[in-house]
Design a protein around this ligand. Structure first.
Ligand SMILES: O=P(O)(O)OC[C@H]1O[C@H](OP(=O)(O)OP(=O)(O)O)[C@H](O)[C@@H]1O
Ligand SMILES: Nc1nc2[nH]cnc2c(=O)[nH]1
Ligand SMILES: [Mg+2]
Length: 220
């Protein structure tokens, strides 16, 4: 009974996998694809946890996917800056924002790229009291930043929104863009490409490695 349920879910998920959902590169439909994606089943989901379906554990992003989604972000931002459509500079939020920022900088031919180093952590006492906090470890060039006008601040994702909230407080006129966004953090982001449900953990290629995985139906 349980096995049947999982199989049905798996087939539905395969049909709705991001590759199938993603329209051709460069098409308007691709750029408007800011809808919640169903995570796909991959290697890291084989850990036994009977209380959850395999797809509930994570959304695994390949290098190819982050490259395509970051390019889509760049195209959406093209011509939207305050200086005749142009942007003054890009600021990547380290560390996760660095790869998308590099790709956007290349696509839009923006040569000035700086970083803001943010570390986030949980504070508070017991589990019920835990709060996400963020702290700036290194700021970008103050003269360049001003109040943020013309600056494109880029991160890989927004989750609780704490990281962007902190940076936005310092540069209120900057434009905040992420590749992925969870609902709680959406109010903090001006432009994003793909919405992901709040209970999904996004795994990035820089956090993963290829490894052997047992067949879905198990070994003989
Ligand atoms: O919206 P939030 O809840 O603040 O979460 C989003 C932030 O969390 C991750 O960074 P992380 O702090 O893990 O550090 P890293 O980029 O150095 O890996 C991610 O890259 C975002 O910057
Ligand atoms: N890699 C990763 N880092 C995060 N930080 C906050 N949420 C996430 C997430 O879903 N994935
Ligand atoms: Mg980060």
């Amino acid at each position: 009974m349980c096995k049947l349920t999982i199989r049905v879910a798996r087939e539905r998920l395969v049909a709705k996998s991001p590759d199938v959902l993603t329209p051709p590169l460069g098409s308007l439909a691709y750029l408007n694809n800011a809808t919640a994606l169903s995570p796909i089943r991959t290697a890291a989901m084989t850990t036994k946890d009977e209380s959850r379906l395999p797809h509930e554990k994570g959304f695994h992003i390949s290098w190819d996917q982050i490259h395509r989604d970051s390019r889509a972000l760049a195209w959406r931002l093209d011509g939207k800056g305050p200086d005749n459509g142009g942007w003054k500079a890009i600021v990547a939020i380290t560390r996760g924002g660095m790869a998308p920022a590099m790709i956007v900088a290349r696509e839009l031919d923006i040569r000035t790229v700086d970083t803001i180093s943010v570390i986030s952590y949980y504070s508070g006492g017991g589990a019920a009291d835990k709060r996400r906090e963020a702290k700036v470890l290194k700021s970008p060039d103050a003269a360049m930043m001003g109040d943020g006008t013309g600056i494109l601040v880029i991160d890989d994702l927004v989750d609780s929104g704490k990281t962007l909230e902190l940076v936005r407080a310092q540069y209120p006129n900057a434009h905040f863009a992420t590749v992925y966004a969870k609902p709680e953090g959406e109010p903090q982001v001006d432009t994003f490409i793909t919405g992901v449900s709040q209970d999904t953990w996004i795994f990035f290629p820089w956090d993963m490695a290829l490894q052997y995985v047992e067949p879905y139906r198990g070994k003989d």
